[in-house]
Design a protein around this ligand. Structure first.
Ligand code: KG4
Ligand code: ZN
Length: 348
C-alpha cells in the first residue's frame, strides 16, 4: 500500500488529495478542490491572477486535505504533481510546492501529465472503469479520443483541429449572453429548447469517411460556432420563430452527435466494451445520455465521472502518480512546468 499526495494547479483549481492504494485497488482518502472565482468577472482565466491565487491557497488546501484524510504529512510515501500541460505560472506553484515537500520529507516525486490524470479520474468512482477502454476526454482546453490498451499504453486516435469541446460551449454560451464558464449554463438553457426545423451541420462527420482517413477520428468545432453566430445574426428562414433555447439545443445536439459518433468508431475499431469519459464537458447530461444510448447498441458500457472528478482535481493526479510510482518513474528536483507536453505512453 502506497500513500500518494496529489497536487493540481494547472489552471484555475487549487487542489490537493490523499490517496492510498496498490494497483487498481485504491482508496481516495481526501480530495479538496478550491475553485478560483476571481476569473468570473473577467469572463475567462487570467493567468497572473491564477498563479497568485494558487500561491495563497496551496498551503491551506494541503492542510485541509491532510485533516480530512486524518493523515500526518510524515505518512506520505510519494508526492505527485501536475507538470503540464497548462498555464506555466499556475503549474509552477504546484510543481515548486511539490518539490519542496518531497525534498523536506525525503520522499520521491512524480510528475504527472494533466490529461493522463483525466484518464484515471473515473476509475476512482467506478471500479470497472479500467483498461482496456475507449476514452473521450473533453475539457476547456482539450478534446482527445484515445484507445487505452492498458494504463500507460495509449493510442491517440483523434483530437480537435481547432476549438476544444468546452471552449466551443463557452464561446457559444457567450454569443447567447450567458455567464462564464458557459457550458453548464448552455446545457440548462438547452433544456427549454425544442427540436424542430433548426439543425446545424455535424462538423467533420460524414458517412464516406473511412478508417485511415485523416479526419476519421478528428473533430472540429469552430465552423459550428460560426454557424451559431450566423444564425443569431440572421435567423434561418426554416426556423423564423426559434428561441435562444432552440439555438442552444441545436448546437448541443450537433456537438454531442459528433463526439458520440467519433467515439463509436473507436469502440468498433478496437472492439472495446467500455467507454470512459473525462474532463469538464463529461458533466454534460446530454453528452452522457447520448453516449449511453449509442454505446448500448454496440454493447459497450459508458462510465462518466461525477462533477467533482470530471473537473480538474488532485485525486486523478494522485491516481496517475501512483501508476507512475509503481512503474518506477521518478522526477528529479529539476522537474519543470510545461505549457504543452506530449501525452506519455503513446503507442502507434
Ligand atoms: O476539465 P475542466 O474542468 O477544465 C479544463 O481542464 O479545461 O473543463 C472545463 C470546461 C469548461 O469549458 C466548461 O464550460 C465545460 O468544461 N463544462 C461543461 C459542462 N460543465 C463544464 N460543458 C458543457 N456542459 C456542462 N454541463
Ligand atoms: Zn483538465
Amino acid at each position: 500500500m502506497t500513500r500518494v499526495l496529489g497536487i493540481e494547479t494547472s489552471c484555475d483549481e487549487t487542489s490537493v488529495a490523499v490517496l492510498d492504494g496498490a494497483g487498481d485497488d485504491v482508496h481516495l482518502r481526501s480530495l479538496v478542490i478550491l475553485s478560483q472565482d476571481v476569473h468570473r468577472v473577467f469572463g475567462g482565466v487570467v493567468p497572473e491572477l491564477a498563479s497568485r491565487a494558487h500561491l495563497t491557497a496551496i498551503e491551506p488546501v494541503l492542510r485541509r486535505a491532510l485533516a480530512e484524510a486524518e493523515a500526518e504529512l510524515a505518512s506520505i510515501d510519494v508526492v505527485a504533481g501536475t507538470a503540464g500541460p497548462g498555464l506555466v505560472g499556475a503549474l509552477l506553484v504546484g510543481v515548486s510546492f511539490g518539490k519542496a515537500l518531497a525534498y523536506a520529507l525525503g520522499r520521491p516525486l512524480v510528475g504527472v501529465h494533466h490529461m493522463e490524470g483525466h484518464l484515471f479520474a473515473t476509475s476512482l468512482e467506478h471500479r470497472d472503469a479500467v483498461p482496456p477502454f475507449t476514452a473521450l476526454l473533453v475539457s476547456g482546453g482539450h478534446t482527445l479520443l484515445i484507445d487505452v490498451e492498458a494504463w500507460g499504453r495509449y493510442r491517440l486516435l483523434g483530437r480537435t483541429r481547432d476549438d476544444a469541446a468546452g471552449e466551443a460551449f463557452d464561446k457559444v454560451a457567450k454569443l447567447l449572453g450567458l455567464p462564464y464558464p458557459g457550458g453548464p449554463f448552455l446545457e440548462r438553457l438547452a433544456r427549454d429548447g425544442a427540436r424542430g426545423s433548426l439543425r446545424f451541420a455535424r462538423p467533420m462527420l460524414r458517412r464516406d469517411q473511412r478508417p485511415g482517413d485523416a479526419d476519421y477520428f478528428d473533430v472540429s468545432f469552430s465552423g459550428l460556432k460560426t454557424a451559431v453566430l450566423n444564425e443569431l445574426r440572421e435567423p434561418s428562414p426554416t426556423a423564423p420563430s426559434r428561441s435562444p433555447a432552440d439555438v442552444a439545443l441545436a448546437f448541443q445536439d450537433a456537438l454531442v452527435e459528433t463526439l458520440v459518433e467519433k467515439t463509436a468508431r473507436a469502440v468498433e475499431q478496437f472492439s472495446r466494451a467500455r467507454v470512459v469519459l473525462g474532463g469538464g464537458v463529461a458533466g454534460n447530461g446530454a453528452l452522457v445520455a447520448g453516449m449511453r444510448e449509442r454505446m448500448a447498441s454496440l454493447g459497450a458500457h459508458v462510465y462518466a465521472p461525477s462533477g467533482r472528478l470530471a473537473t480538474d482535481n488532485a485525486g486523478m493526479i494522485a491516481r496517475a502518480g501512483l501508476h507512475h510510482f509503481e512503474a518506477g518513474h521518478r522526477a528529479g528536483l529539476d522537474l519543470n512546468a510545461y505549457a504543452s507536453l506530449p501525452l506519455p505512453g503513446q503507442i502507434a
